[in-house]
Design a protein around this ligand. Structure first.
Ligand SMILES: Cc1cc2nc3c(=O)[nH]c(=O)nc-3n(C[C@H](O)[C@H](O)[C@H](O)COP(=O)(O)OP(=O)(O)OC[C@H]3O[C@@H](n4cnc5c(N)ncnc54)[C@H](O)[C@@H]3O)c2cc1C
Length: 386
């Protein structure tokens, strides 16, 4: 049997890989996506929180099968205090990731891409101007290879920046209808937090991540601490990436997109928007390189992604470094120093897809004056407790 040939082979059929496939195939490029799992979108490793604006830019609006809830508020807790943001202006929604991924798969398929589930990437080698890709279903040749394998690729590159996470889907009376809740506790969840994302009809996705913690134990303890009846209908355990983007996304005619390139927000590990955009930009660059017969144009992908996100990710990496050092007393003090005006400004003017806008607003206010004092106190406590 002759070896199959496609211009573009994409390993990984999730948001980044499927967006790349849709973009390539809608420009007439022959494209195949291979996905090792038996079903696109499954198992789902995601809370599904995303902005409508972000989804619009990704060229996909959730249909009635995927839409789960709209978020109106975010309540953020430290150990002894809390504050609430009005999130209505951010147009944040909760989607069923399984359905969303299938919707993009459907768009890509309609545009001409072929999608092959239960087909794993094994290895690849180069033969003149083609790659020979070994898969669980035999060899496929291609001119361009896209690595969209998620964290399995990043883990090979570096372990720094990976946190274990757990997320349970539960029914509970204490899940707020349209309020996302975030709980910081630097002792229980160092460097991260517990989240509750309401997905409608009394259901929610409740998760935790943190450096060096047993996520299952931490999440069970948190859920029990709510003290009321609940039912767990699904449990997932998956790593998240908070280490920022890889220095380079392109080598030869191989492009790395999504989690595989470290393109998730270092503050929350959210990646639907930034990873999906990477897919679109990579697909555009490949199409242009083919059209103009100039592989230098592949670099437009990296240039365009970085001009959209790099500054934002640098700010978030900085915020993460600070968060990782803060003890509970400092987090309490920072939350207590937020004025009503600051909270209102952040509610009105920040952008869900670019968190540094909220950070900038916080830093322009009274908190900036207090912050130095709080951080000095924090560092002194670290010195005396070590
Ligand atoms: C618990 C949790 C909650 C999250 N919540 C949110 C949220 O609310 N909002 C948000 O924006 N982001 C969230 N994220 C992050 C988001 O899910 C990811 O950033 C996003 O899915 C990355 O997409 P991707 O296509 O790069 O990679 P992935 O979604 O990881 O997909 C990689 C794909 O490659 C496939 N694959 C792997 N190896 C092979 C191989 N050898 N051959 C073929 N296929 C292979 C996998 O099966 C998988 O389908 C969350 C992540 C976690 C873990």
């Amino acid at each position: 049997m002759p070896t199959e040939y496609y211009d573009v082979l994409i390993a990984g059929g999730s948001i980044a890989g499927l967006a790349t496939a849709r973009e390539c195939s809608s420009n007439g490029t022959s494209t195949i996506v291979i996905e090792e799992d038996h079903e696109i979108g499954t198992p789902e490793h995601c809370g599904g929180m995303v902005s409508l604006g972000g989804l619009q830019k990704l060229g996909v609006l959730p249909d009635s099968n995927n839409f789960q809830n709209a978020i109106s508020y975010a309540r953020i807790f430290s150990k002894s205090t809390s504050f609430e943001l009005n999130a209505e202006k951010q147009n944040v929604i909760v989607v069923d990731r399984r359905g969303l991924d299938k919707q993009i798969a459907n768009q890509a398929e309609k545009a001409g891409a072929e999608i092959r589930a239960k087909c794993s990437f094994k290895s690849f080698s180069k033969n003149q101007d083609r790659y020979i890709v070994k898969t669980s279903e035999g060899e496929i040749e291609c001119k361009y290879f896209v690595d969209a394998k998620g964290l399995s690729s990043l883990r090979d590159a570096t372990k720094d920046g990976i946190l274990a996470s757990a997320q349970f889907e539960i029914y509970a009376t204490w899940i707020e209808g349209q309020t996302v809740e975030i709980f910081f506790d630097s002792e229980k969840y160092p460097g991260f937090f517990v989240w509750i994302i309401p997905s409608g009809e009394g259901k929610g996705k409740i998760g935790v991540a943190g450096k060096g913690i047993n996520t299952s134990l931490a999440l069970n303890e948190f859920i029990k601490s709510r003290g009321k009846k609940y039912s767990i209908i699904r449990k997932i355990f998956a790593p998240i990436w908070i280490g920022g983007p890889r220095p380079s996304f392109i080598a030869d005619r191989t492009l790395v997109v999504g989690d595989a390139a470290g393109q998730t927000k270092p503050t929350t590990a959210g990646g639907i928007f930034s990873c999906g955009m990477a897919g679109i930009l990579a697909g555009k660059a490949i199409s242009k390189a083919i059209e103009k017969n100039d592989d230098q144009l592949l670099h437009e992908y990296e240039k365009n992604w970085k001009s959209m996100f790099q500054k934002e990710f640098n700010s978030m990496l900085f915020a993460r470094k600070v968060l990782e050092r803060l003890d509970n007393k400092s987090i309490d003090e920072i939350f207590s120093s937020l004025s009503r005006k600051t909270i209102k400004d952040v509610s009105n003017f920040s952008d869900f897809d670019f968190h540094s806008s909220a950070l900038d607003l916080f830093l322009k206010t009274k908190i900036a004056t207090n912050l130095t004092k709080i951080l000095i106190g924090n560092e002194l406590r670290r010195i005396f407790s070590s």
